[in-house]
Design a protein around this ligand. Structure first.
Ligand code: DGL
Length: 272
């Protein structure tokens, strides 16, 4: 059987947290990782401009990599652009959205925190998840302005400033009617990269929900329904990293991707 080819996409290094689960779930798959580092951070973009950007970048990447499935390993992109992506491209997509449904099933206190980018917390999609699955809970949504950047910097070798981190994380720790937040949803794929530091600054212990293992299983399910295309020598080989800007910070971040298994890289310059 041909190895399935999976294009994993994020604005930056966050999708690496999902990529490692996909590797475990599907050890024989060819993974190609693409980061729209020219557009990072997605969390502060206006919705219309971001949809247009994502369609443009994904279109170029599909053309270049000919994947069997595209995994959008970014909540900020998935909560906004999945419908437009599926309308425009025929390849199957798997998205990443905040784990509000499992959090609502797991909480004992019925007080749930959701940490995500400002974009993701303001989405209609996120509100609908809450109304549908967590209507019986108090959901504390927090749009963290700098967390994704702190995670990027960590992977480039800069230790997180714990005070800055505390300010970003503590708003989801609340007490409502004598009950405390007991589950925090990591609604951005960058945040699991900071889990150890988050635990250090958290006012009390909670369960942190990272949807990555469930997403990897979903990718496997989707692949099991497909007839895979034959090998194509023209496409980048397995474990290639594609970046949309070759700026200095991209060059500094290469080591972070290499450490997580993406050893070859190419710049597909797509300026914003
Ligand atoms: N990793 C992305 C997410 O899951 C977003 C980070 C950003 O570009 O703001 O939402």
């Amino acid at each position: 059987m041909n190895a399935p080819r999976i294009l994993i996409f994020d604005s930056g290094t966050g999708g690496l947290t999902v990529a490692s689960c996909v590797r475990t779930q599907l050890p024989n798959a060819d993974l190609i990782y693409a980061a729209d580092n020219a557009g990072f951070p997605y969390g502060v973009w206006k919705e219309d401009a971001l949809v247009a950007r994502i369609l443009h970048v994904i279109g170029t990447l599909i053309e270049k990599t000919k994947p069997d499935v595209v995994l959008i390993a970014c909540n900020t992109a998935s909560t906004l652009a999945m419908v437009a992506l599926r309308e425009k491209f025929s390849v199957p997509f798997v998205g990443t959205v905040p784990a509000i449904k499992p959090a609502a099933a797991q909480t004992k206190s019925n007080v749930i925190g959701v940490l995500a980018t400002p974009g993701t917390v303001s989405r209609e999609y996120t509100r609908t998840l809450i109304h549908t699955y967590a209507f019986h809970c108090e959901v504390i949504l927090h749009g963290a302005k700098r967390l994704a950047e702190i995670a990027e910097r960590k992977l480039m070798g800069q230790a997180p400033d714990l005070e800055e981190l505390r300010q970003e994380v503590t708003p989801v720790f609340r007490t409502r009617g004598g009950k405390k937040t007991d589950v925090v949803v990591l609604g951005c794929t960058h945040y699991p990269l900071l889990i150890e530091e988050m635990k250090l600054v958290a006012p009390w212990e909670v369960d942190y929900l990272d949807p990555a293992p469930a997403i990897a299983r979903r990718v496997a399910d989707v692949l099991s329904t497909l007839r895979l295309a034959g090998p194509d020598e023209a496409v980048p080989k397995a474990n290639t990293l594609l970046l949309t800007s070759s700026n200095d910070s991209a060059k500094k971040s290469l080591i972070a991707y290499t450490n997580r298994g993406f050893s070859a890289h190419e710049f597909v310059d797509l300026p914003v």
